[in-house]
Write a protein that binds this ligand. Structure first.
Ligand code: C2E
Length: 727
């Protein structure tokens, strides 16, 4: 056995090199210490050197190696033991081929094999000067094992993604897909669309808006894991599918997020099952309307929201009269068709935000929310909708060439708040519906008798108002507006209705009825025409020629598309001076469709018409918005004037309005001035125009009355009787 004393530059440390050089450490010992096996062959391929590690690692018997065997014998021995697989003679041929190739090329030959005992060795053969070879072996069993495990795990992962509905994905740190794996990915052909893009860059049916992606993008931005983020996409073949992705950040050694990985799961089947369950659980199969359970839920929500909004809501209970007869006479299929037609008509008769349900059989329910803060106004609106429903339901439905007609009996109840159960409310509406049936069917009844009375009264009033307008029962009164010297400079037109049996009906009672029924349009037009007529007549009267005439406008009038033309025509036909006409609006009227309102006001202002803002201070006017309107006058609401002398708040409000008007270059009229003291205080505050009982109550404007002295002694001239008329 030869012991080598060679220097291996770069392999051993300088100290080891020194130790070897000085003979204190043999190369064999050094390689033993490094856990490398070392075998040296001479030019004939005979083993001329080896270290202890070679015997252990290669598991070669010392007797064999001490005989200085040919490499051929060692190979035969190893093949016989099963370390090397194949025919020994062919193996020997291969060994020699590599030995020669190594010498010819000067390059080492590196190879690995697994012994019969399961050890994986990596060998490197180098040609050494003088014609021999050195072979160094390293035991790489642990590394090979780890590699095999990794291969196994990759294999398992691959079959998992092949067999399951889940797929695997990886993103870079920006959330762009960098890897997609799995059968589903292949089958759905999504990889070309996804790769290199973030999920939010690929269109999704359920997330059309950028903010729909916020939860996912936040998780990515903050490096947080996320679970089951659901996305609905349309496949290239047009089918829709749903998937849910879950992921976690991948971090580098410093803990920085360098990317993401996770799984995507096809949840289409679950989604469609959920949709079916939802439909079955909440919707009526026949009509697609909400079923009883879902409707009761909505009713409870409506109760909660009425608490927040302070608005009344109504529940309408609709039962079809004699529906059973249709079923008996024409069969169930015809009955079903009729129910479906009714459902459609109900849906069409209400606003999109109202709720329609079917409780079963021929019983339908309609929920109307946010009707009004006042119960009687809410009742009136509910009645209006119920009447519309009554009309549409009784239209014939053609089924199998038969004209089928049913009439509805409708019960209404109003509710606000959560003091009663949804079942109670339903019960009340149901009871009211029975009253409708008892009252002869095809009718609408309220549960609450006083509500019923109000609604009936209003319906009567509406009918009578229509007749009253036709029969000349309405007339114009005027109330003077005076200046600081208490001289009349304008009049406000106030409508009066001389009812044949009820006497004088105040406008507060009939204007809302006229507004709701739409009668306000012809009524308002009539007022405008008469007012213009008056202005034209005054133009020839030196005492009144300088007066302006203020006319109240309703919100609905202003919303008429041809409103500007209507006013222009009224002025033109009467031959009145537009500069003498003032239109009074309230703040709430201006809130509706601001741009349209401004456009109309500007068109009218261009004709010379002036605008006053009535009841100022009681609404929500924003100053920025006030500045945009062509207003010339603010009217301080009489509620502030009433307690002016006793309530410092009201005084402060009045003063502020005056200052505000001054800065906006507008006039101010103080309304409801009833005493000389109020007049004095307001005058001292800088108010220049006044209106109120102190100067004159509203009195008939037509036919024109002779002017007379004022009873207040302020030198005010009023039109009409010398004594105040009832307002
Ligand atoms: N307590 C008190 N009240 C005073 C005093 N001075 C005047 N009033 C009353 O205050 C109301 C002023 O009219 P408004 O604020 O425009 O309020 C009007 C206006 O909004 C509406 N209205 C009247 N005529 C018409 C009209 O032709 N068209 C429209 N759309 N609405 C009208 O009806 C409302 C009520 O009118 P009226 O009952 O005539 O009531 C009038 C008038 O009689 C006072 O010193 N003390």
């Amino acid at each position: 056995m030869t012991d080598f004393t060679v220097t291996l530059p770069g392999v051993a440390s300088a100290a080891a090199d020194e130790a070897v050089r000085s003979g204190r450490l043999s190369v064999a010992q050094l390689l033993d210490a490094l856990q490398h096996a070392f075998v040296v062959l001479d030019a004939q391929g005979r083993v001329v050197g080896y270290n202890t590690c070679a015997l252990q690692m290669l598991e070669l018997p010392a007797e064999l190696m001490q005989r200085a065997p040919l490499i051929d014998d060692v190979v035969r021995w190893q093949a016989a033991r099963g370390d090397l697989k194949g025919d020994p003679e062919r193996l020997i041929e291969r060994v020699w081929h590599h030995l020669r190739a190594t010498r010819a090329s000067g390059q080492p030959h590196v190879y690995s094999y697994t012994t019969a005992s399961g050890r994986t060795l990596q060998g490197a053969t180098v040609a050494v000067p003088g014609g021999g070879w050195a072979r160094v072996y390293t035991d790489i069993s642990r590394h090979a094992q780890a590699l095999a495990q990794l291969r196994d795990s990759e294999e398992r992962f691959r079959s998992l993604t092949e067999l399951s509905a889940d797929w695997y994905w990886e993103w870079d740190a920006q959330g762009r897909y960098t890897r997609l794996e799995g059968r589903v990915v292949r089958e759905q052909g999504i990889a070309p669309t996804f790769m290199g893009r973030t999920p939010w860059e690929v269109p999704a049916a359920n997330r059309p808006k950028p903010e729909d992606w916020k939860p996912l993008r936040d998780a990515v931005a903050q490096g947080r894991p996320f679970k089951r983020f659901e996305i609905q996409r349309t496949l290239p073949d047009g089918r829709t599918y749903w998937f849910a992705i879950s992921g976690e950040p991948v971090r580098d050694a410093a803990g920085r997020c360098v990317g993401w990985r996770g799984i995507g799961r096809d949840v289409t089947a679950r989604k469609s099952a959920e949709a079916t369950i939802q439909r079955l659980a909440y919707y009526d199969d026949l009509t697609g309307l909400l079923n009883r359970r879902a409707f009761q839920d909505r009713l409870r929500q409506a109760q909660a929201s009425s608490v927040r909004s302070g608005q009344w809501a109504a529940l309408l209970f609709i039962d079809l009269d004699d529906f059973k007869d249709v079923n008996d006479a024409y069969g169930h299929a015809a009955g079903d068709a009729l129910l479906r037609a009714c459902a459609e008509r109900l849906r069409a008769a209400v606003r999109a935000e109202d709720t329609v349900g079917r409780l079963g059989g021929d019983e339908f329910v309609v929920l109307l929310e946010d009707l009004h803060a006042q119960p009687d106004q809410a009742a009136w609106r509910a009645q209006h909708v119920a009447e519309k429903i009554r009309q549409v339901v009784q239209q014939p439905v053609v089924v199998d060439a038969h004209d089928l007609t049913v009439t509805p009996s409708i019960g209404i109840t109003l509710f606000a708040g959560q003091d009663e159960s949804a079942a109670d409310i339903l019960g009340r509406a149901d009871l009211a519906m029975y009253h409708s049936k008892a009252a002869g069917r095809n009718a609408v009844q309220f549960f609450d008798p006083s509500m019923q009375a109000t609604v009936v009264q209003r319906a009567t009033l509406q009918r009578e108002l229509r007749h009253g307008l036709r029969d000349g029962e309405l007339c114009l009164y005027g109330q003077p507006i005076v200046d600081v010297r208490a001289q009349v400079c304008a009049q406000e037109v106030l409508l009066r209705w001389h009812h044949p049996t009820r006497g004088l009906v105040p406008p507060g009672e009939f204007i809302p009825v006229a507004e709701q029924s739409g009668l306000i349009i012809p009524l308002g037009q009539w007022v405008l025409q008469r007012a213009c007529g008056l202005l034209a007549a005054w133009a020839h009267d030196p005492q009144r020629a300088g007066w302006t005439l203020a006319v109240n406008l309703s919100a609905r009038q202003l919303r008429q598309p041809d409103f500007v033309d209507t006013v222009r025509r009224a002025l033109h036909e009467a031959g009145a001076d537009a500069r003498r006409l003032k239109l009074e609006l309230t703040e709430s009227q201006l809130l509706h469709d601001v741009e349209d309102t401004i456009a109309k006001m500007e068109a009218l202002a261009a004709l010379g018409i002036q605008f006053a803002l009535d009841d100022f201070g009681t609404g929500y006017s924003s100053l920025a918005y006030l500045k945009r309107l062509p207003l010339t006058q603010l009217k301080i609401d009489r509620s502030f004037v009433r307690d002016l002398l006793t309530d410092p708040n009201d005084a402060a409000i009045a003063r502020t309005i005056l200052q505000l008007a001054q800065s906006l270059e507008m006039d101010v009229v103080a309304e409801g001035v009833e005493t000389a003291e109020q007049f004095e205080v307001l005058r001292a505050m800088g108010c220049r125009l006044f209106q109120g009982y102190h100067f004159g109550r509203p009195v008939p404007l037509e036919p024109a009355q002779p002017l007379g002295p004022t009873p207040t002694g302020f030198g005010v001239t009023i039109i009409g009787a010398a004594s105040p008329s009832p307002a």
